[in-house]
Design a protein around this ligand. Structure first.
Ligand SMILES: O=C(O)C1=C[C@@H](OP(=O)(O)O)[C@@H](O)[C@H](O)C1
Ligand SMILES: C=C(OP(=O)(O)O)C(=O)O
Length: 653
């Protein structure tokens, strides 16, 4: 089985741009498909759950055009689906199979819906019962009450209110609400039980109204759709970031110090799962929220507090709390979460089993779970994920408590968050930032430190050198800020092994030329170029960790780096090293610059680097000075490793 080994981690900080919300993506796709007109959907989630929805819509005759990255144009049918037959695979996507079953049942065709084996164990009986009350012909092709389903054409009549249960899943009510406008008639839905997961109904009603259909709601018992309403495309719509996905990063901030900021959801969100932040606040985490972002940091006391909460309104994000509970100051109880038992797996049982592997004491009931934290946890436990994306994402947080662990089948995150572990690495992988002037030996030292620790290595100077070389090759003047920034933004650079390629051409040696070094220093002084390279550099932050070598690694690119080193040497020592290097490379004496010229050049470069307006080269307050003037390479490496050992004892023993 595939797995990912997470090392002991200590700190999480940084910013994450969230992928699109699953719940909003799949609703928008269906509403756009049923609406009159074309809808442009931007920032759609690209994951297994949306893929099955898109494929199914195409099969039943909906026009789907890709218009950009995560951007689609949906040509609405202005009513029922034109494709009157189809065999549709729904994976394990509840937000696809349930609403589609209802819309297909009212489309007058013959369809089959199936999914992965677990989907065939997830209930759908309450929805089928509701649809049968109005004459729809929906039959079970396997076990009664569960997919696979077969749908036949039928005449639908809406004489009496549809009576439906709401205590197993809110998705049945969502499905009916979204599909019933297809009838054109007035429809009334009455709940026969308590409704769970209510905020998801609010998402449904909100999005329906954006497509022109309003629902009258009496409490959570009765919903009336007046006849004659139909869906009309609102034109361009944006999908918010996924608030359930946000919960892992916010919890990471609360457990791992923070601040961790998520972008894409905030105060203005229509997703109930933003209320996860309230639960974290109950645990003592410090939360800040803007219109479109949320930020979480550890409690001022450093210790998360125990909680006892009814979490019916945030069933998905609640799982994150069960793992955060490992780091609380007492037993934590999550209540009213019976729906966990019928989701991707029996989540109460799965959560209990895996938390126990770590050494937590866990009790469970039909609709609750209590997690009692332990003073220490088993290291290197192998966590099973039960093909449940949320199990994999939740348990990644354990590493932030300094507990290394293995997560089996990590790719199951593809259901809603395919690049989750990369993003997690971007806020949690430790960074060792090594800054300093040129010829201080930091490149060699940084590379050796990275090798010793088994960390990734970023030679940020190489990116500036590549930018200078690429600009010169493209005939862009090195003082043309906009032109060079455009080159930097699209730099076709690759780093296979220890080679450096520019547009496929091996430039490993070429970028080391003296004039490219001078060019690099010039382009590095341009603010737009630095901005263009910022995200590219941050993307190097990956598990198990990164050693970043440059001039503004600790100050600008990775300000949250737990280890910052300012590696320098006297100008004389650096000039001498450079001179020896040139001799070592076999440069003939008559072509070699004089030692005093090298010294002069170095001093000028130092002055330019220290004086530039953006990210001037200087020792940060929280950086440790390593003066290599009297040191050889081995000693310099040892000096840096000593600092790492002191600052990150869990990482390097
Ligand atoms: O409507 C939705 O988008 C969802 C509703 C919730 O399900 P239940 O209503 O079954 O709790 C939630 O768990 C699911 O991930 C998405
Ligand atoms: C329950 C979930 O998914 P589904 O939409 O398949 O119900 C979930 O994403 O946690």
């Amino acid at each position: 089985m595939e797995h990912i080994d997470l090392p002991a981690l200590t700190r999480a900080a940084g910013t994450v741009r969230l992928p699109g919300s699953k719940s909003i993506s799949n609703r928008m796709l269906l509403l756009a498909a049923l609406a009159q007109g074309e809808t442009e959907i931007r920032d759609l989630l690209d994951s297994d759950d949306t893929k099955v929805m898109l494929e199914a819509l195409k099969k039943v005759g909906v026009g789907v055009t890709v218009t950009g990255v995560n951007a689609y144009r949906i040509t609405g049918c202005g009513g029922p689906f034109p494709g009157k037959s189809g065999d549709l695979f729904m994976g394990n996507a509840g937000t696809a199979i349930r609403p589609l079953t209802a819309a297909l049942a009212l489309s007058g065709g013959h369809y089959r819906l199936s999914g992965v084996p677990r989907m065939h164990e997830r209930p759908i009986g309450d929805l089928v019962d509701g649809l049968r009350q109005i004459g729809a012909d929906v039959r079970y092709a396997g076990k009664d009450g569960f997919p696979p389903l077969e749908i036949f054409p039928a005449a639908v009549k809406l004489a009496a209110p549809i009576r439906v249960r709401g205590d197993v899943s809110s998705q049945f009510l969502t499905a009916l609400l979204m599909a019933l406008p297809l009838t054109g008639e007035t429809a009334v839905i009455e709940m026969t039980t308590e409704l769970i997961s209510k905020p998801y109904i609010e998402i449904t009603l909100n999005l329906m109204s954006r497509f022109g259909v309003t629902v009258e709601r009496e409490g959570w018992q009765r919903f009336t759709l007046r006849g004659g309403q139909r869906y009309v495309s609102p034109g361009v719509v944006h999908v918010e970031g996924d608030a359930s996905g946000a919960s892992y990063f916010l919890a990471a901030g609360a457990i791992g110090g923070g601040p961790v900021r998520v972008e894409g959801v905030g105060r203005g969100s229509i997703q109930g799962d933003v209320r996860f932040a309230e639960a974290l606040a109950v645990m003592g985490a410090r939360i800040e929220m803007g219109e479109n972002w949320i930020e979480a940091s550890a409690p001022a006391t450093g210790k998360l507090k125990a909680f006892d909460l009814d979490l019916n309104h945030i069933p998905d994000a609640a799982m994150t709390l069960a793992v955060a509970a490992l780091f609380a100051d007492g037993p934590c109880t999550l209540r009213n979460i019976a729906s966990w038992r019928v989701k991707e797996t029996d989540r109460i049982a799965a959560m209990a089993a895996e938390l126990r592997k770590l050494g937590a004491a866990v009790e469970e009931g039909a609709d609750w779970i209590t997690v009692a934290p332990a003073p220490t946890y088993s290291r290197n436990a192998a966590i099973d994920t039960y093909d449940d994306h949320r199990m994999a994402m939740c348990f990644s947080l354990v590493a932030l408590g300094g507990v290394p662990l293995r997560i089996n089948d990590p790719k199951c995150v593809a259901k809603t968050f395919p690049d989750y572990f990369d993003r997690f690495g971007r806020i949690a992988a430790p960074v060792i930032a090594i800054d300093g002037p040129s010829a201080s030996g930091k490149g060699t030292v940084a590379q050796r430190v990275a090798e010793t620790l088994g960390f990734h290595f970023l030679d940020s100077g190489a990116l500036y050198r590549l930018t200078a070389l690429a600009a010169l090759r493209a005939g862009v003047a090195l003082d043309d800020e906009t032109g060079v920034a455009a080159v930097a933004a699209t730099l076709p650079a690759e780093f296979p092994g220890d080679r450096i390629l520019l547009a496929g051409d091996d430039v490993t040696e070429a970028i080391r030329a003296e004039e490219i070094g001078v060019g690099a220093s010039k382009v590095a002084a341009l603010p737009a170029v630095r901005t263009a390279l910022l995200e590219r550099q941050r993307a190097y932050r990956r598990l198990p960790g990164l050693v970043a070598d440059g001039r503004d690694m600790g100050s600008v690119v990775f300000p949250e780096a737990p280890v910052k080193v300012f590696l320098t040497a006297s100008a004389e020592a650096r000039a001498e090293r450079r001179h020896k290097q040139l001799i070592g490379k076999g440069m003939p004496a008559n072509m070699r610059p004089l030692l005093q010229d090298i010294l002069q050049e170095l001093r000028e470069r130092d002055a330019r680097d220290a004086a530039r307006s953006v990210a001037p080269l200087k020792q940060e307050e929280d950086a440790e000075l390593v003066d290599t003037t009297p040191l050889g390479i081995d000693e310099a490496v040892a000096a840096v490793l000593d600092i790492v050992r002191r600052k990150l004892p869990q990482v390097v023993s």
